[in-house]
Design a protein around this ligand. Structure first.
Ligand code: NDP
Ligand SMILES: CC(C)CCC[C@@H](C)[C@H]1CC=C2C3=C(CC[C@@]21C)[C@@]1(C)CC[C@H](O)C(C)(C)[C@@H]1CC3
Length: 429
């Protein structure tokens, strides 16, 4: 690769505000989170399933390797890369970049989900032992983690050959450890293939529901039929993933406007998050249920379904309201909502869902997260790991978003905060 014109040479900005605990965070997170993945998988299949057991039970090295794991993982990524480049769905434009251009993105994630689903059904019909994913979970996670390190290294190195406007504002501090972690390049692409966008929605997110299905099949192998708890966990999480892929389209909804796509560089944090953390920890409840079956009454199941329904309603309605307003503030569904003006020309909603709390979509997401854990009963903490982690992630994300909005909207943002004082939970936080 040739270095682009000298006039565009990037200068590290040492005074950039550092996130995720700065250099210390960048040193600890890439070590601790992969260990957490291994620890959680190990604990989920131990009879005690205790998170508090000391010393923590980490799997032995021979449990981490199976030659089938890299083959399956590479096959899965290649399948999704192929589906990504197939001329299915339409092309949408992202937001305007710093150099005034807009990138084009294929909107075919839902097609990928449906095709993956059909292929899986075919494989199951042919007698493929999907339940073996249970035994392969540790080697698969180990490969995904190793792949995340290698891929992030590639992304870090290639970022030195791109022009400065292609770098993320927060990822060019000059501290190699931090920049590797947070990501230097904003939208790394090979030709038209957008690596960040591809990883954000496809292999990991769809991989998560495939692993869940594998856990369900393992339960069928062990006990003859899937339990109600397992069916609920699988259905709720499939709904969440299908919703994300269905709403990928910018002209419908707004994955292309999330802070991960618009603001964050593509470094270890997102690579590992997308390819290892999401598929191997978000489905922890299903893995837990294989070894720790739970009896669930019809009344309990009905209450949990209702909670997931309420959470989904709040999550979807609030996200849709903001996205509709962003797209067309004169649309009848949002035109009557009260707003305040900002210096950028954009208006902020202060009524409707966004007048209830400043992040109603996070509230809905957290209610759903709780509904995913409840089918696992109250005997163990492990199935509640996701809710606890997610609350921490969203509180931290909310704080990052607030700082970005305050920088963008200044006084108007402060007025919004006065009008809508609660962040996520009405009257609590
Ligand atoms: N399952 C998971 O692991 C995760 C799920 N999520 C989910 O993803 C979804 C998207 O979340 P996220 O990307 O964090 O951001 P949000 O969808 O919450 O968007 C925040 C942005 O919305 C705009 N905005 C904020 N307040 C207002 C207002 N009052 N009026 C108009 N516009 C406003 C601002 O953007 P602008 O100035 O550009 O208009 C702000 O930066 C959420 O539902 C979240 O729960 C997120 C992270 C992880
Ligand atoms: C390991 C780290 C410290 C943190 C990793 C964070 C990532 C796991 C998440 C950051 C933003 C995400 C989003 C989704 C999944 C998790 C990650 C990648 C999302 C795709 C889930 C489905 C939603 O509907 C969404 C709005 C599309 C989400 C976008 C953000």
């Amino acid at each position: 690769m040739k270095r682009k014109s000298q006039g565009l040479k990037q200068r590290p900005s040492h005074d950039t505000e550092r996130e995720f605990g700065g250099t210390l965070g960048a040193l600890c997170i890439p070590v601790l989170l992969p260990l957490t993945v291994m620890f959680l998988i190990g604990v989920s299949r131990s009879p005690e399933a205790s998170l508090l057991q000391w010393p923590p039970a980490l799997p032995s090295t021979d449990q981490l390797w199976d030659p089938l794991a890299p083959v399956l993982l590479l096959g899965w990524i290649s399948l999704h890369a192929l589906l990504y480049v197939l001329p299915l769905g339409k092309l949408s434009e992202g937001l305007v970049l710093r150099n005034g251009t807009r990138l084009k993105y294929p909107i075919n994630g839902f097609h990928s989900l449906c095709i993956s689903g059909m292929l899986l059904m075919l494989l199951l019909g042919l007698g493929a032992p999907l339940g073996s994913l249970f035994e392969l979970l540790l080697p698969l996670a180990a490969c995904a983690i190793a792949g995340s390190y290698l891929f992030s290294l590639y992304l870090y190195i290639r970022s030195f050959w791109v022009p400065s406007h292609a770098l993320a504002l927060g990822g060019n501090t000059g501290n190699p450890l931090y920049d590797f972690f947070i990501g230097r390049e904003l939208n790394p692409r090979i030709g038209n293939f957008d690596l960040k966008y591809f990883c954000e929605l496809r292999p990991g997110l769809i991989g998560w529901v495939v692993i869940n299905l594998g856990m369900l099949m393992k339960e069928v192998e062990l006990r003859g039929s899937p339990s109600l708890a397992m069916i609920l966990v699988n259905s709720f999480q499939l709904l969440y993933v299908a919703d994300a892929l269905w709403n990928e389209d910018i002209s419908k909804e707004a994955v292309l406007t999330t802070m991960d796509i618009v603001h964050d560089g593509f470094g270890f944090m997102l690579v590992f998050g997308d390819l290892a953390w999401v598929p191997f920890t978000y489905g922890m409840q299903a893995a837990f249920l294989v070894v720790h079956p739970q009896a669930l009454s019809s009344l309990g199941a009905a209450a949990i379904i209702a909670l997931n329904g309420v959470g989904y309603y709040v999550f979807r309605k609030s996200n849709s309201q903001k996205n509709q307003f962003r797209r067309d503030p004169t649309h009848p569904s949002v035109a009557r909502l009260e707003t305040i003006a900002t210096a950028t020309g954009k208006r902020l909603l202060v009524s409707g869902w966004w007048g209830l709390v400043r992040h109603p979509n996070y509230l809905g997401d957290l209610l759903m997260a709780l509904a995913w854990s409840l089918p696992c009963g109250f005997s163990h903490l492990l199935p509640y790991f996701y809710v606890i982690y997610f609350a921490v992630l969203l509180i931290h994300r909310e704080d990052r978003d607030e700082r970005q909005c305050r920088a963008k909207y200044g006084l108007a943002w402060d007025t919004y905060c006065q009008r809508v004082p609660y962040r996520i939970f009405p009257y609590v936080y």
